[in-house]
Design a protein around this ligand. Structure first.
Ligand code: SAH
Length: 237
């Protein structure tokens, strides 16, 4: 984990021996569970460190110093990215990980236990439904999402969770100018305002990765997100 440690350092994160061990445990459990349930196509030790762990940690570039022990939700967390690596690196955050597939949330529960993490809530459910529950709606300082959907869909699924004054950070790969432009209407409708598209400049992640950073400036109208499946079926563009 020397390279992860060094690269995290360049993001301003100093990993302790305990945190390094947590990443090792994460790797072991990911590979073990991946034989039974489909969690990741990336299994090489070095690649998992770069493309899952380090990539997850890059969201700190969007967080800045704006929040003190923020309440964070990772929407469509899958095997826990980016939420759980962030929680390992910044134990002070209060983290919810939302994932629709129960098999994956059983892995997330197991992992939380193995890693000895406090202040993690694993939620099995669909964003379309959970975003209407009062304990989750407009109640997070920061909402994260990686590799879940196109930006117009993400705006509808994720912005309802963000409190006014909070942030939505979407991790994106590849050509994104058109996607960002195409999401303009959905972002505005959900009460968001695009702050910045930030390119990740790290040699380990040189394949065109970006953070799309959106401020929440107004309440999301109560009818959003629409019922399960609709945001994907009829994206707001
Ligand atoms: N964020 C992870 C997983 C990406 S795959 C990573 O970057 O590796 C997308 C995940 O989102 C899948 O596990 C899928 O089950 C989940 N998902 C898709 N639509 C969802 C929805 N509407 N609500 C909750 N989870 C959803």
């Amino acid at each position: 984990m020397d390279k992860l440690e060094a690269a995290a350092g360049r993001l301003g994160i100093r990993l302790s021996q305990k945190q390094i061990e947590q990443f090792q445990t994460y790797y072991r459990e990911l590979i073990d569970w991946n034989e039974r349930i489909n969690l990741t196509a990336i299994t090489d030790y070095q690649e998992v460190q770069n493309k899952h762990f380090l990539d997850s940690l890059t969201v700190v570039l969007g967080l800045g110093n704006s929040f003190n022990s923020p309440r964070v939700i990772d929407v469509g967390a899958g095997a826990g990215f980016p939420g759980l690596p962030l929680k390992i690196a910044l134990p002070g955050i209060r983290l919810a990980v939302l994932e629709a597939t129960a098999k994956k949330t059983s892995f997330l529960n197991h992992l939380q236990d193995k890693l000895g993490l406090d202040g993690v809530e694993v939620v099995t459910g669909r964003a379309e439904e959970v975003a209407h529950q009062t304990q989750y709606r407009e109640s997070f300082d920061v909402v994260l999402s990686r590799a879940m959907a196109e930006l117009p869909v993400l705006a509808e699924l994720c912005l309802p969770f963000v409190r006014i004054g909070g942030l939505f950070i979407a991790q994106k790969k590849g050509v994104i100018d058109a996607e960002v432009k195409n999401a303009g209407r959905a972002i505005a409708l959900m009460g968001g305002r695009l702050r910045e598209v930030r390119k990740i400049e790290m040699e380990e992640l040189s394949d065109g990765r970006y953070l799309v950073i959106i401020d929440k400036i107004a309440l999301t109208p109560p009818q959003y997100p629409r019922r399960p499946g609709m945001p994907n079926k009829r994206p707001i563009t």
